[in-house]
Design a protein around this ligand. Structure first.
Ligand SMILES: [Zn+2]
Length: 162
């Protein structure tokens, strides 16, 4: 079980959201950002909660210490408080929330960096004529940045994100 921030609710596969902890304060946010997604999320069995004043105070104190407090929203504070109170991990890509979560000793999981489906695809691109080609299996094992030389103009080819 983990606490999901709103970007996780928006981007995770719907089945993966099921049963996770979410803040009641996110309902308004989500319905404003993506009405259709909200209607879908609403049908799921999820742990809709909100933190107590004491639980939020823990976050306020930590965030004041790290300097992140001025930029945290009410939703952010509620989510952090829920993760700390329940000792569950927090799923977010927000660096301020990550920072406070780490200060609290809470595990943080990225929204877009998990599950292996979000891996980058690499291609080779010539620095001269810009010709691109697929990365061959032996090129991927090369330690050097210059993987090979362009067949067309002889300039080095570099790995780029497709
Ligand atoms: Zn070239």
């Amino acid at each position: 079980m983990a606490v999901l921030d709103t970007s996780a609710l928006l981007h995770w596969p719907i089945e993966r959201c099921r049963g996770q902890v979410v803040s009641i304060l996110q309902q308004t946010e989500l319905s404003r950002v993506d009405e259709q997604r909200w209607m879908l999320i609403e049908t799921l069995d999820m742990e809709w909660r909100t933190a107590t004043t004491d639980e939020r105070q823990v976050v306020l104190d930590l965030a004041a210490k790290t300097g992140d407090l001025p930029r945290l929203s009410d939703v952010d504070i509620d989510l952090l408080a829920l993760a700390i109170a329940n000792q569950t991990s927090l799923v977010t890509d927000d660096y301020r929330m990550k920072n406070v979560a780490r200060e609290a000793g809470i595990d943080v999981e990225g929204v877009m960096t998990d599950g292996g489906k979000q891996q980058w695809k690499w291609i080779l691109r010539c620095i001269g004529c810009r010709q691109t080609e697929e990365v061959s299996s032996e090129a991927s094992r090369s330690k050097k940045d210059d993987v090979k030389v362009c067949d067309r103009c002889g300039s080095p080819m570099k790995l780029k994100r497709a």
